[in-house]
Design a protein around this ligand. Structure first.
Ligand code: ARG
Length: 458
C-alpha cells in the first residue's frame, strides 16, 4: 500500500515504479533524513501540534531505525520510492499508526530540500578539510625545495627560472581560493527550507526558527516557494568542485609531464604508479591521469544540473530529483582525488639536478640581459631588440648567452661589460625577482611563512 494510495484505483505499473524511484541513490541521505525528521517532530511536540508523548515515540522510533540502518539491517524497497517514504513506512512498522503523524505540516518537497542542505553542508566542511590537508603537503614539499630551481614555462617553452617552492606555492594559492569559495557558499548552504511545506507553507502553528536552530542552520528561507524549488546552492557547490578539479587536473598534468623521460623532473613513488601488462619497462602515472580524466564528469554534472533547472517553472517538479546523483558522484570524485593527491605528492622524489640543468640551458635569462641593458640606459624596447638578435646569433652558433665572450656581446652592444656574466647566471636570475610575490628567496620564504601561519590558524 502506497503512502499516497488513497486516490488511486490501480497498483503502479512496475516499470513506472522503477523509473520513478530514487531510493537506489537517495539512500545516501538516510542520516540527514532522520536528522531532519527528528528536528521537525521535536518542533511539532514543542508547538503542541503533536502531544509530547507522540513526539517522543516518533523520535525513539526514528532513532531505532537509524541504528538499524547503520548496522546494515535495513533493506530499502523500490515500492516505497524514495528515502523519505521508505523511512516513514519503516517508522509506522516500528511504532504503529502514531508514526503516521510524522509528516504533519511537512511535504517531501521541503524534506528533500533540507536533506540536501544538510548533506552539502557536511560535504563542504569535509572538502575544506581535504583541501587543507593537500595544502599542508604542498607547503611541506615547498619548504624542502626553496633552493631547487627549475625552468618556469609559458607556452610550455622555457621562460624564466623559478624556485620549485614558488611553483608549488602557486597551487597552495589556488586551493586557498577554493576554500574561500566553499566558505562563502556555506552561508547559502546553511539556510533552512524546512517548514515551507509543499509550496505555500503549512496551516499548523509551526516554529521554523526552532527547527532551523535544532539543525544548526544560520537562517531560514524567507519564501516558501523559493525554499522548495531552489537548487542554486547545488549549482554553486558543483561549480566550486569543478574549479577544484580544474586545479587538480592542472597539477596532475604537470606531474605527468614531469615524470616523463623527456622532463625527468620527478619520480612518483612505486606505490602510486602502475605497470603495463605488455611492456615490462613501463611505470605509468595512472593516478594523475585518472584525476585529469575524472574532471570531465564533474563538469558534466554542473552542466547537467544547470540544464535541468533552466526553464523549470516554480516550484517543485520531479525533474529536481535529478539533482542528486551528480552531486553524490561529484563528492565521491573529489574526495577520492583530494585524498590520493596528498600522499602522492608527499612521496614524490624531486630530481633537482635535472631541473637545474634545464633551467641553465636555454635562454631563460634573456629578459635579465635586456633588463641589464635597461639599467645601462637603453629603453626596454631597444634592449629587447639587441637581446633578440643575440639569441638568434647564439642559436646559429649553437651556444647559450652565458657562453658568449665579451667580444661577442659587444658586437651587439657596447654597453655590455664583464659584470654581465653575474647578472645572467641562473641563481642570480632567480634571486633578482624581488618584487612582491616574485621568486626571489626572501619573497618565497615570506609567502611560505604566511601560508604556514594561515594553516596553523585553521
Ligand atoms: N524523491 C523526490 C526527489 O528526490 C522527493 C521529493 C518528491 N516530491 C514530490 N512531490 N513527488 O526529488
Amino acid at each position: 500500500m502506497k503512502l499516497w494510495g488513497g486516490r488511486f484505483t490501480k497498483p503502479t505499473n512496475r516499470l513506472v515504479e522503477e523509473y520513478n524511484a530514487s531510493i537506489t541513490f537517495d539512500q545516501e541521505l538516510a542520516e540527514e533524513d532522520i536528522q531532519g525528521s527528528i528536528a521537525h517532530v521535536t518542533m511539532l511536540g514543542a508547538c503542541g501540534v503533536l502531544s509530547q508523548s507522540e513526539a517522543d515515540q516518533i523520535i525513539e522510533g526514528l532513532e531505532k531505525i537509524l541504528q538499524k540502518i547503520r548496522a546494515g539491517e535495513i533493506e530499502f524497497s523500490i515500492e516505497n520510492e524514495d528515502i523519505h517514504m521508505n523511512i516513514e513506512k519503516l517508522l509506522i512498522e516500528e511504532i504503529g499508526p502514531v508514526g503516521g503523524k510524522l509528516h504533519t505540516g511537512r511535504s517531501r518537497n521541503d524534506q528533500v530540500a533540507v536533506d540536501m542542505h544538510l548533506y552539502v553542508r557536511k560535504q563542504t566542511v569535509e572538502m575544506v578539510r581535504l583541501l587543507t590537508q593537500l595544502q599542508r603537503v604542498l607547503i611541506e614539499q615547498a619548504e624542502q625545495h626553496v633552493d631547487t630551481i627549475l625552468p618556469g614555462y609559458t607556452h610550455l617553452q622555457r621562460a624564466q627560472p623559478v624556485r620549485f617552492a614558488h611553483h608549488l606555492l602557486a597551487y597552495v594559492s589556488m586551493f586557498e581560493r577554493d576554500i574561500e569559495r566553499l566558505i562563502d557558499s556555506y552561508k547559502r548552504v546553511n539556510t533552512c527550507p524546512l517548514g515551507a511545506g509543499a509550496i505555500a507553507g503549512t496551516t499548523f502553528p509551526t516554529d521554523r526558527h526552532m527547527v532551523a536552530k535544532h539543525l544548526g542552520f544560520d537562517r531560514i528561507y524567507d519564501n516558501s516557494m523559493d525554499a522548495v524549488s531552489d537548487r542554486d546552492y547545488l549549482v554553486e557547490f558543483l561549480s566550486i568542485c569543478s574549479l577544484i578539479m580544474v586545479h587538480l587536473s592542472r597539477l596532475s598534468e604537470e606531474l605527468i609531464l614531469w615524470t616523463s623521460e623527456e622532463f625527468n623532473y620527478i619520480v612518483l613513488d612505486d606505490a602510486f604508479c602502475t605497470g603495463s601488462s605488455m611492456m615490462p619497462q613501463k611505470k605509468n602515472p595512472d593516478i594523475p591521469e585518472l584525476i585529469r580524466g575524472k574532471t570531465g564528469r564533474v563538469f558534466g554534472h554542473l552542466i547537467g544540473l544547470l540544464t535541468t533547472l533552466k526553464a523549470l517553472p516554480l516550484t517543485y517538479n520531479k525533474d529536481l530529483q535529478e539533482d542528486k546523483e551528480g552531486v553524490f558522484d561529484t563528492v565521491k570524485t573529489l574526495t577520492g582525488a583530494l585524498s590520493i593527491m596528498a600522499p602522492m605528492l608527499q612521496t614524490m622524489k624531486v630530481n633537482k639536478e635535472q631541473m637545474k640543468k634545464n633551467a641553465e640551458s636555454g635562454f631563460s635569462n634573456a629578459t635579465d640581459l635586456a633588463d641589464y641593458l635597461v639599467n645601462k640606459g637603453l629603453s626596454f624596447r631597444e634592449a629587447h631588440e639587441v637581446v633578440g638578435k643575440l639569441v638568434l646569433y647564439c642559436i646559429e652558433q649553437d651556444k647559450y648567452l652565458a657562453g658568449c665572450t665579451l667580444d661577442e656581446f659587444q658586437r651587439f652592444s657596447k654597453l655590455i661589460e664583464q659584470d654581465v656574466y653575474d647578472k645572467i647566471a641562473c641563481e642570480q636570475v632567480v634571486e633578482a625577482r624581488i618584487s612582491l610575490g616574485g621568486t626571489a628567496k626572501n619573497q618565497v620564504l615570506k609567502t611560505l611563512s604566511e601560508k604556514k601561519k594561515k594553516m596553523d590558524e585553521t
